[in-house]
Design a protein around this ligand. Structure first.
Ligand SMILES: CC(C)(COP(=O)(O)OP(=O)(O)OC[C@H]1O[C@@H](n2cnc3c(N)ncnc32)[C@H](O)[C@@H]1OP(=O)(O)O)[C@@H](O)C(=O)NCCC(=O)NCCS
Length: 288
């Protein structure tokens, strides 16, 4: 029998938060085992209950909304990088969606660079995108494979007259692993022939809120300088973190725009690029 447990591991770090709920038995409070692995051979196990009331979960139809959890990690442990897994002891073999994660108190050195089509970057990027899709509880079927990434990079753009390739894919690497990416090219929501280049950014949840999104957006701007007139993006209205970042970087709101495939209404934002400068696409290593 397949057990359908809904839930998600949301935050790791000083607090581990999320929710877990069994639609088939909506009033049941699920038991969770938190496994914290600091890498020294010993794994700490803490048991907790997903029984905290959360208005957002109730509004989303998750029973009476008493299915959240928030666990405070012992301070000495939380100060160091560690892995976090969440299991459901009453359902052996089941792991909470969104797990495992890594709690990273200090990001340290991160390298930002453009994907190189002639190296194995495209394979690695495709693998990263597939991992992100699975982490979010989705399927990796729609993720572009390495060949699709290479041919997207090689496809000519609008021919905006800037005389340089209009497609770039930047990636952020930490300890040799891709932890984020940013795609820039002649796509929705930019209109063909207007000089606008669309930008899409995504970081692994383990490395968010360390300033890396800000740094990657700046690197994208450097890459796009001299290749287009403007960077444009579409953001969902409830994505508070992304909206805060874009506003801070000087993006202005151009109004609502519906996604061509899903119809979902986004906010269309844009920021002008410096006029006809020279792109700066060198490898950048940051310490965050
Ligand atoms: C959006 C995203 C790229 C931002 O990157 P990030 O590294 O988390 O953001 P940064 O740490 O650079 O923070 C940038 C600003 O966002 C805001 N911010 C950071 N964490 C936040 C949070 N948890 N909630 C609300 N705002 C937050 C702050 O204003 C911050 O500026 P500050 O320096 O004044 O604190 C990243 O969170 C991400 O990949 N999210 C999931 C994918 C996504 O939403 N992509 C955008 C689609 S349009």
């Amino acid at each position: 029998m397949t057990v359908c447990v809904e839930g998600f591991l949301e935050e790791v770090g000083p607090q581990v938060t999320g929710w877990a709920w069994l639609p088939a038995d909506p009033a049941r409070r699920l038991r969770l085992s938190l496994l914290l692995d600091g890498g020294s051979g010993s794994v700490l196990r803490f048991d907790t209950l997903a029984d905290r009331h959360r208005g957002d979960l109730q509004s989303a139809g998750k029973g009476d909304g008493r299915c959240g959890f928030a666990f405070t990690v012992p301070a000495a442990f939380a100060a160091h990088e560690h892995d976090v897994d969440v299991r459901l002891p009453d359902f052996p073999g089941i792991r909470l969606s969104g797990a495992p994660r890594r709690a990273i108190p200090v990001l340290g050195p991160v390298t930002l660079r453009a994907v190189h089509p002639a190296q194995d970057d495209a394979e690695r990027l495709s693998g990263f995108l597939a991992g992100m899709a699975r982490l979010q509880g989705g399927s990796a079927a729609a993720v572009p494979d390495a060949e699709t990434i290479r041919s997207w990079l090689a496809t000519p753009g609008y021919g905006s007259g800037y005389g340089r390739a209009e497609r770039g894919w930047l990636m952020a690497e930490r300890n040799g692993r891709i932890v984020g990416h940013c795609r820039i090219g002649p796509d929705w929501p930019a209109e063909p022939g207007t000089g606008g280049l669309a930008l899409g950014i995504e970081l692994h949840p383990d490395v968010r809120s360390h300033g890396l999104g800000h740094a990657l957006m700046r690197a994208a701007e450097d890459w796009a300088t001299g290749r287009g007139a403007r960077l444009e993006l579409a953001v969902l209205p409830h994505n508070a973190r992304a909206l805060a970042l874009y506003r801070k970087l000087g993006y202005t709101d151009l109004g609502p725009v519906a996604h061509p495939a899903t119809g979902e209404v986004h906010r269309h934002m844009a920021r002008p690029l410096p006029p006809r400068g020279t792109p700066r696409s060198a490898v950048v290593t940051l310490v965050l």
